[in-house]
Design a protein around this ligand. Structure first.
Ligand SMILES: [Mn+2]
Length: 139
């Protein structure tokens, strides 16, 4: 089982490769607000565990195992953002809240939230009531 920190690194590496075509240690460090030296250490561990291949001067590539997990982690992040947005969490809190909870939910819970999100999107009346309750609290 990957640790939260391993998950954060794989998630960022997947996003960087998706958006820029490559992931450099300095970019990963910046995205995660950690030191490049600690990214290098983690990347070596992820290489050892078979998630990626790291060659010091050539950069890094995700293995199929790394791609599969990276994709899942990015989808999980997006789902949780979608969920918090749907229940009316303030936009400026969403990212940090997701970063705080995403590593601590089982895939079982993620699957249940995914179904809930789908159902909520179909229930206009329910969503309007939820929105009304939020407005009342904010008065
Ligand atoms: Mn995340």
């Amino acid at each position: 089982m990957p640790t939260p920190s391993m998950e954060d690194h794989i998630e960022q590496i997947y996003l960087l490769i998706e958006n820029k075509g490559y992931a450099r240690v300095s970019d990963i460090a910046e995205a995660l607000s950690v030191l490049p030296s600690s990214v290098t250490k983690m990347v070596q561990k992820l290489d050892k565990d078979g998630y990626l291949i790291y060659e010091k001067y050539r950069g890094l590539t995700l293995t199929p195992k790394g791609v599969k997990l990276g994709k899942r982690l990015v989808q999980r992040h997006e789902l949780l953002e979608q969920f918090l947005r749907l229940i009316g969490v303030d936009e400026e809190r969403i990212y940090e809240d997701v970063e705080g909870i995403e590593h601590h939910l089982s895939w079982n819970s993620i699957d249940r939230i995914a179904d809930l999100v789908q159902l909520m999107e179909e229930q206009t009346e329910f969503m309007q009531k939820l929105e009304q309750m939020k407005t009342q609290h904010n008065v």
